[in-house]
Write a protein that binds this ligand. Structure first.
Ligand SMILES: NC(=O)c1ccc[n+]([C@@H]2O[C@H](COP(=O)([O-])OP(=O)(O)OC[C@H]3O[C@@H](n4cnc5c(N)ncnc54)[C@H](OP(=O)(O)O)[C@@H]3O)[C@@H](O)[C@H]2O)c1
Length: 367
């Protein structure tokens, strides 16, 4: 790294103290001092990584990737890729320096401890991509100061989705310990959606709307939905890099700003189809054990009653811009249509129209 680069970072670091959160959420901008930065991305070839890579390159920064070389490994042939494994081989990262690391692929706290320990002397700024799952409870609305989930057994060595949030919370703490809070940013996204989303969760809804007809809809038209477009997350992450913003940020559309009715309206407008929604109660969804079949939907009471109520005010004050969800739906469907038929048939969430009609008949028979 050049002396000038170091000097710039020092100046930016001084400003970053003022930009540190959580006190006010106000972030100081250093855009007038803009210079190309060297960014290390742990991951980079999954869903969100490529959007971050492209945004960083578009703005003129240098990007190095670190991954095992298994996922989409022909995506960025012109970038330096350091091959390794977060679990047991960080050798390729030793003795190298970057301005900032974006950690997209941190799932196990032991792996995050290893990377944060090794990189702490060699990067100025560590951005950890966490999740709103890191919160202890979704039964109440969440802001960045809400209690975090506690990992009961710190010695656990095997990843399991049932402790995903606990592992994220532990990883956040470890990064802050190793780097210091003034060099750490934690982003907690809600459902990340848009082109390239391999989870098929939000995608289920606009794809279903496009089929038209009577449609099983859980809850009510006012049922909240909270997502973040992957490109808005990528833009904000690179803003955080450039402006050296530290602190903790939920990243989402604003709580209460979007609901099932708007999703149906937007999806119908984009695909020029119409559906006749048949609203079934939360209790019916529970009784029919449909929770796993209707993605991103949670009954508004109980354990996940406020899963779509994470405050994103702090991120918005720091510059997060959310595009209209209608635009996300348009681009998501355009991307979906590029996928092979076999991929559509094997979508992770897919209810046949026959099954849906059966459920609607069952609901209507209840009077
Ligand atoms: N999707 C959502 O809605 C959502 C919501 C909230 C938070 N998040 C967070 O967003 C982050 C990114 O998600 P994503 O779906 O884009 O990425 P991902 O698919 O989980 O990550 C894939 C990237 O990590 C690399 N990788 C995986 N295991 C590795 C290992 N052991 N060592 C080195 N590299 C490894 C992969 O390349 P190789 O396979 O080649 O190694 C690939 O580049 C995650 O931290 C997730 O918790 C996601």
């Amino acid at each position: 790294m050049s002396t000038n680069r170091r000097q710039f970072i020092k100046a930016a670091t001084a400003g970053a103290v003022a930009a540190s959160l959580p006190s006010t959420g106000a972030a100081e901008s250093h855009e007038s001092e803009w210079r190309a930065l060297e960014i290390l991305i742990l991951g980079g070839t999954g869903f969100i990584g490529p959007h971050m890579v492209r945004e960083a390159l578009r703005r003129g920064h240098g990007v190095t990737l670190f991954n095992r070389g298994r996922t989409n490994n022909t995506l960025f042939p012109d970038l330096e890729t350091i091959i390794g494994d977060r679990a047991d081989n960080l050798t390729g990262l030793e003795g190298k320096q970057w301005d900032v690391v974006i950690d997209n692929s941190g799932y196990m706290h032991h792996d995050v401890r290893a990377s944060a320990s090794l990189l702490a002397p060699n990067v100025e700024h560590y951005i950890f991509i966490s999740s709103i799952s890191a919160y202890d409870s979704m039964a109440e609305p969440m802001n960045e100061d809400s209690p975090l989930a506690q990992l009961e057994d710190e010695s656990v060595t095997t990843f399991d989705w049932s402790i995903y949030g606990e592992l994220k919370a532990a990883s956040e703490r470890i990064v802050a310990e190793r780097m210091g809070e003034d060099r750490t940013t934690v982003l907690r996204p809600t459902y990340i959606v848009g082109p390239g989303d391999h989870t098929d969760r939000f995608t289920y809804w606009p794809v279903r709307v496009r089929q038209g007809g009577r449609m099983l809809c859980p809850g009510s038209p006012e049922h909240p939905i909270q997502v973040i477009d992957v490109r808005d997350l990528a833009n904000f992450t690179i803003d955080v890099v450039e402006r050296r913003i530290t602190g903790v940020f939920n990243t989402a559309t604003e709580a209460g700003s979007y609901n099932m009715r708007q999703m149906l309206d937007d999806s119908q407008a984009v695909s020029a189809t119409s559906v006749e929604p048949v609203w079934v109660s939360d209790d019916f969804v529970r009784e029919q054990q449909l929770m796993g079949a209707l993605p991103i939907y949670h009954p508004i009471t109980g354990e996940y009653g406020h899963a779509s109520s994470a405050s994103a005010e702090r991120a918005r004050a720091a510059g997060l811009h959310n595009r209209p969800v209608r635009e996300t739906i348009r681009d998501l469907l355009a991307w979906w249509d590029t996928l092979p038929a076999e991929r559509h048939e094997n979508a992770r969430f897919r209810m046949t129209l026959e099954r849906e009609a059966e459920l609607i008949a069952e609901w209507e028979s209840l009077g």
